[in-house]
Ligand binder design. Structure first.
Ligand code: NAD
Length: 343
């Protein structure tokens, strides 16, 4: 089914078959309306700066309830953002007291566990709490099947709507508030979700019903994982044949091999100024996260009987890169080092 892609902050336009709607940000500072209580669960590398941006853009009278199993994270957040922030005792309290709840958690089992605690028993809209239907926005990168089962549980409990909103842009984007969110949500929730996410990011792309955000994210990151290895190998072969690395990259980047790893995140030190490769592969998109997304994409393909030919082999490579002493914990372009590329 054809879907619209909503992007924050400019007029409607159409790109090919895709509608790109850019509406103005809602005037939260003037609105005394219903979204007055907010919840944020998971104040890690992504969640902490996202929650900070959210708090900064909310009207001062709104309240943000936060929770993380890491008590240092919630304590630090409150110290840095003392106005309008409360630490909830547990995630159930977040769900009881907040009308819009954002989760940014590491793995599928964290998401499943947190939502189970939030929605059981199904009395959130009673017992003196806000009667407004909850909007649960999960920004974690998890498998679509777990996401679907959490959505089904939330919807069948009658307490609210659950949407998947995985993101790209990394920690830098989370800090700068320039993330891109890919959302899977029914049309009637898109505006409410977009208004919320626009406080933490620059673009919200609506890809379809629940689960579509994750499918889009995983398809993209599958391609990225493969392009990254292919770029490292292509750069390595050209350099070994005696080509100048910058000349080779320039040629590729005006030719058919051009891709994000060749143009922006080139794995060869010195080719793209400021890239992780230029600083010993520090920072950037960690190899463990790249490998996690690849694993989730392969798993979701298997569940749907979709044939892939390169993914399993790429997974073996990333497993080895992740374990290699001189590669682990670094940007995924370190695969160039793993294959013996000249640095
Ligand atoms: P992180 O490990 O830094 O943060 C996760 C946080 O969740 C931690 O603070 C942890 O204590 C908390 N947490 C875990 N279990 C919890 C529970 N039961 N209740 C409350 N809090 C709990 O991870 P991250 O890098 O912030 O990534 C979060 C998600 O975003 C992941 O799914 C990741 O794949 C995705 N993502 C990360 C990046 C990135 O560059 N880091 C980019 C895009 C997407």
């Amino acid at each position: 089914m054809m879907r619209s892609v909503s992007v924050i902050a400019s007029p409607l336009r159409r790109i090919g078959p895709v509608t790109v709607c850019q509406g103005s940000r809602r005037g939260f500072s003037n609105s005394q309306n219903l979204q007055a209580t907010w919840g944020f669960i998971g104040l890690g590398r992504m969640g902490f700066p996202m929650a900070r941006n959210l708090r900064a853009k909310l009207p001062s009278h709104d309240v943000l309830f936060i929770q993380d199993v890491n008590k240092n994270a919630t304590k630090k957040f409150l110290e840095e953002n003392p106005e309008g922030v409360r630490i909830a005792d547990n995630v159930r309290e977040v769900a009881e007291k907040s009308e819009t709840i954002i989760t940014v958690l590491p793995e599928p089992h964290h998401v499943a566990g947190v939502y189970k605690q939030m929605i059981e028993p199904p009395s959130l809209l009673r017992n003196g709490f806000s009667a407004k239907e909850r909007l649960f926005i999960d920004c974690s990168t998890i498998d679509p099947m777990t996401s679907r089962s959490v959505a089904d549980a939330a919807h069948s409990s009658g307490q609210g709507k659950f949407i998947d909103a995985p993101m790209s842009g990394g920690v830098v984007g989370a800090q700068a508030g320039t993330l891109t969110f890919m959302i899977g949500a029914p049309d009637e929730i898109v505006d409410r979700a977009t208004e919320t996410l626009s406080m933490m990011g620059r673009r919200v792309l609506h890809l379809g019903d629940q689960g579509s955000g994750l499918h889009g994210k995983l398809a993209n990151n599958y391609l990225l994982a493969l392009n990254n290895i292919a770029t490292a190998e292509a750069m390595n072969m050209g350099i070994q044949w005696g080509l100048d690395p910058k000349a080779l990259a320039s040629m590729i980047n005006i030719s058919t091999g051009k891709c994000w790893p060749s143009e922006v995140n080139n794995p060869v030190p010195g080719v793209v100024e400021g890239s992780p490769a230029c600083r010993g592969y520090e920072g950037g998109f960690g190899v463990a996260l790249a490998n996690k997304d690849l694993k989730l994409a392969i798993q979701a393909c298997k569940e749907h009987g979709i044939k892939t030919t390169l993914g399993d082999h790429a997974k073996i490579i990333y497993d080895e890169v992740e374990a290699a002493e001189d590669c682990k914990g670094r940007d995924f372009s370190v695969v160039y080092r793993y294959i013996g590329g000249k640095e």
